[in-house]
Design a binder for this molecule. Structure first.
Ligand code: 4AZ
Length: 251
């Protein structure tokens, strides 16, 4: 997150951190963020994973305040399965259908247990289209600047405003393909944005007095660059897919 402020895990209790075991480094490496949408399911971005996925190489941690230290608020899970969207692609420069589900389970066979630090985020109602300029909030452990080498050690949050579809498509990303399955958000002064490592994490917006998951951090040209807003997967477009995959129904 570029700019923004340090966030307590209690303010984003649905955020999950995804790690991949690297044989080369002989350690777990941070991959992406995600959002807990059900005690057993984390929603994230498809581009967080390689073409061939081995779920047993991944772990998910909920309730995490600091990236490289552990505390007793945390809950750790192994990954039973990873489902990437069948039409995920990166052919138009950006990502299309950049969404994935991870089924998690703890060593004792349980899913997530609700606490002050671990909670489920609400999905939006199916036809919800928030107004342009609605202020939403993006969070993660991603880089704090475009050219930083390291990820942020602490969770951060930032306010960004939803940007009109036509402005994003025809002005900011003319040479890319912005579809209705994406939603753009940025800062009027281009100082605030998601960045590398925030991918898969939540863009939440207030609706009817509760926070709903409106977007998934997906892509953008650089971070906090003028006229290059963050591009998010538009969650409302994937509710049928999410529900059918969680129920194990395949059409
Ligand atoms: C990335 O590389 C990335 N400014 C994520 C988000 C944004 C740009 C890049 C949005 O994962």
């Amino acid at each position: 997150i570029v700019s923004g402020t340090p966030a307590k895990i209690e303010s984003q209790p649905w955020i999950g951190t995804i790690y991949h075991y690297s044989k080369r480094a002989a350690e777990d490496q941070f991959v992406c963020g995600g959002s807990l949408i059900h005690p057993c399911w984390l929603l994230t971005a498809a581009h967080c994973f390689p073409k061939e996925i081995y779920p047993s190489e991944y772990t998910v941690i909920l309730g995490k305040s600091q990236l490289n230290s552990t505390d007793k608020k945390e809950q750790k899970f192994w990954v039973e399965k990873i489902i990437t969207h069948p039409r995920f692609s990166d052919e138009s420069g950006g990502y299309e259908n950049d969404i994935a589900l991870m089924k998690i389970q703890s060593a004792s066979g349980q899913c997530a247990v609700e606490s002050e630090y671990v909670k489920i985020v609400c999905l939006p109602p199916e036809n919800l289209e928030l107004r342009d300029n609605t202020q939403c909030e993006v969070s993660g452990y991603g880089k704090q600047d475009n050219f930083d080498y390291f990820y942020s050690q602490i969770l951060k949050s930032a306010n960004v405003n939803l940007i009109s579809q036509s402005l994003c498509r025809d002005e900011y990303y003319k040479d890319y393909k912005i579809t209705r399955n994406m939603v753009c958000a940025g800062d009027i002064h281009w100082k605030v944005d998601a960045c590398k490592g925030d991918s898969g994490g939540p863009l939440v917006c207030e609706h009817n007095d509760s926070m709903i998951l409106y977007g998934i951090v997906s892509w953008g040209i650089g971070c906090a660059q003028k006229n290059s807003p963050g591009v998010y997967t538009r969650v409302t477009k994937y509710l049928p897919w999410i529900e059918s995959e969680m129920n194990g129904i395949h059409f």
